[in-house]
Design a binder for this molecule. Structure first.
Ligand code: FES
Length: 160
């Protein structure tokens, strides 16, 4: 014969301490298992980012008046507009990667003094090679899109 269930002063049956502790342990073990499974799935999904996307839109062609050389430092690119032609030139110095700035004669690096002409060719300083040119395309919505994964030959413009 088992012991009669305990009751409180109001005559309600009390849950035995042993059952309560067993239930609490079960909840703890189940919670730990669920947390383990969840963290395993979180771990399996890659969360790495590799910087900004290399393909991005910069706006409509009419936002760049003829003769414009607009540097977009956040994208490390300079948009050049000459007449109805548009190009995107890298503003990442080929020496050690500083951001070059457009100057009266082309581009100037503030770090070690490399100089580039308007096409990005090296004219002075320690830079070992010319600035890259990136492919520019016109999207169906009429915006210019730069693809930094696609380097093109220096002097290649998009007609707009
Ligand atoms: S990083 Fe531009 S000259 Fe050194």
């Amino acid at each position: 014969m088992g012991a009669a269930p305990k009751t409180n002063k109001q005559g309600e049956e009390q849950i035995p301490r042993r059952h309560f502790l067993a239930w609490l342990s079960g909840v703890g073990i189940l919670g730990s298992a669920m947390a383990g499974v969840f963290s395993t799935f979180v771990f399996m999904k890659p969360r790495a980012t590799y910087g900004q996307p290399n393909r991005f839109r910069i706006g409509r062609p009419d936002e760049f008046p003829s003769g414009a050389r607009m540097a977009i430092d956040s994208k490390r690119v300079c948009i050049v507009r000459e007449g109805n032609k548009v190009a995107a030139i890298s503003t990442t110095c080929t020496h050690l990667g500083c951001i070059v700035a457009p100057s009266a004669t082309g581009f100037q690096c503030p770090c070690h003094g490399s100089q580039f002409d308007v096409d990005g060719n090296v004219t002075g300083g320690p830079a070992p090679k010319a600035l890259s040119w990136y492919q520019v395309t016109l999207t169906p919505s009429g915006e210019l899109e730069v693809d930094k994964d696609n380097e093109i030959q220096t002097g290649t413009y998009l007609s707009v």
